[in-house]
Design a protein around this ligand. Structure first.
Ligand code: 5AD
Ligand code: SF4
Length: 451
């Protein structure tokens, strides 16, 4: 029987990387990844539970797949990722047609679980242990050299490398410490080996991934190596042939001057920084358990810009946190106007299971949250547009990502999307081109190749 696998991924880049790992792992068992669910005999939904809406999407998709399961008795349906971790058995109760449920730290067990299901040894498989151990889950190491080198969902020249998983910060609204467990850092040697292999396979850009990369190595009593993120960054950046390096995501409280200095000193470190602020009100930040104030955040931004004036800053913001007053919200708008982020991701607060803020009183009505979100997004759009206009007439380096006829789309070191015609049609994805920016929009730039 042919083995066709379809993976649908929701959520963050950590999840995208996990889907790649699953695909690589199952390729060793003879599974071929397909781009469409039709014809697949294994469908995996890799899920996100960061906000209520993300979780609802998962359940409606699972419901929509019920007729497929009834039509095709050979189809296996599985749920992986954060909703699997959080809901476990409950998924089985709500969606009895789901065959397997695999938590965030158990994906390496997929082959044995699938074997048991295929052989009819069991009708359901569920694995949601959080090992929280300081040894790296075996799948990460195991897959470094495993074929195929390139999962179908990954880009040939731009890849993610996970450097840590889990989170110890316990922001009061956040489900991640519950779904991904305690913070665990991979060894530097493993990370460097993985990047070297990827670069030798033609990868030109690496994004180092973790829930809070700034605290890389902080909680690793096993190795007791003097691990720290700036040191890792310097070593990864020195790998020959690596053209661009990025990282995500960072907690402002762990942003050190040593890391800021990296932006001035490391040539191939892209001047792009995702630094979630969440709110512009100290009272809200305190209830969020963020452990910094608006003032210290602003001081860090000023210092960072002193080290790297052209750095493009992005942030995350939650509106409608329990107890958020009109004045608190206005303070967030004021912060937006002071920092003038290049972009921001903003969300309406939603209660997540087992988080502290779910227990807080003074919940904000849905209409107020929606109103605040649209005010904030409108203001950010204005700022993003003005920021983008600053590039008009400037020359930027663009790494080409996709081609559409005679046009290409690529990204600047600051992560801005650039559209550009390639009249000579000589450029390929992964190539670098110098582009003169002629037009700016809210979300992208347009230019022409500079000869
Ligand atoms: N409600 C709304 N947004 C949330 N985020 C995290 N938890 C919640 C929640 N309960 C947002 C934060 C975080 C981003 C990944 O998602 O802004 O930085
Ligand atoms: Fe979603 Fe967080 Fe899980 Fe990523 S780690 S998939 S953002 S809940």
């Amino acid at each position: 029987m042919s083995k066709n696998l379809y993976i649908k991924t929701f959520g963050c880049q950590m999840n995208e990387r996990d889907s790649e790992i699953i695909e690589q792992l199952l390729a060793q068992e003879g599974y071929v990844a397909t781009a469409e669910p039709e014809g697949a005999n294994l469908i995996l939904i890799n899920t996100c539970s960061i906000r209520e809406k993300a979780e609802q999407k998962v359940f409606s998709l699972l419901g929509a797949l019920r007729p497929e399961k009834q039509k095709n008795p050979n189809l296996l349906l599985g749920v992986t990722g954060c909703v699997a971790q959080q809901e476990g058995e409950h998924i089985r109760e709500r969606m009895p047609h789901v065959d397997l449920i695999v938590g965030t730290q158990q994906i390496y067990r997929l082959p044995e679980m699938l074997d048991r299901l295929r052989q009819g040894m069991t009708s359901k498989e569920i694995a949601t242990n959080l090992e929280n151990s300081f040894t790296i889950p075996p799948f990460q190491k195991l897959l470094i050299n495993a074929p195929p080198a390139l999962p179908s969902i990954a880009c040939a020249f731009k890849r993610f490398v996970t450097i840590m998983q889990g989170c110890d910060n316990f922001c009061s609204y956040c489900v991640v410490p519950i779904t991904r467990g305690r913070e665990i850092s991979r060894s530097m040697a493993d990370i460097l080996e993985e990047v070297e292999i990827l670069v030798s396979q033609g990868v030109r850009e690496i994004t180092l991934l973790g829930q809070n990369v700034n605290s890389y190595g902080a909680a690793n009593p096993v190795t007791r190596q003097p691990l720290n993120f700036p040191r890792l960054l310097r070593e990864v950046a020195a790998i020959k042939g690596l053209q661009r390096i990025r990282f995500t995501t960072s907690h402002p409280k762990d942003l050190t001057e040593d890391l800021m200095r990296c932006f001035a000193e490391i040539d191939n470190l892209c001047p792009h920084f995702h630094l979630p602020v969440q709110s512009g009100s100290n009272a809200v930040l305190r209830r969020m358990n963020r452990k910094y104030t608006v003032e210290t955040y602003l001081e860090k931004v000023t210092l960072l810009r002193r080290y790297r004036p052209d750095i493009a800053l992005a942030t995350d913001i939650i509106v409608g946190f329990p107890g958020e007053t009109d004045d608190d919200f206005q303070a967030t708008i004021d912060l937006l106007n002071r920092v003038r982020f290049h972009s921001s991701f903003s969300f309406k607060y939603s209660d997540r299971p087992h988080t502290r803020s779910a227990e807080f009183g003074d919940k904000i009505p849905e209409e107020v949250k929606s109103k605040r979100l649209s005010i904030l997004q409108e203001q950010q759009d204005t700022i993003s547009f003005e920021r983008n206009c600053e590039y008009i007439g400037k020359k930027v380096e663009v790494m080409i990502e996709t081609k559409n006829g005679a046009d290409f789309k690529g990204r600047t070191p600051g992560n801005h999307i650039v559209h550009c015609p390639d009249a000579a049609a000589t450029l390929l994805p992964g190539d670098l081109a110098m582009v003169c920016i002629l037009h700016a929009g809210k979300h992208s730039l347009r230019g022409e190749i500079e000869n």
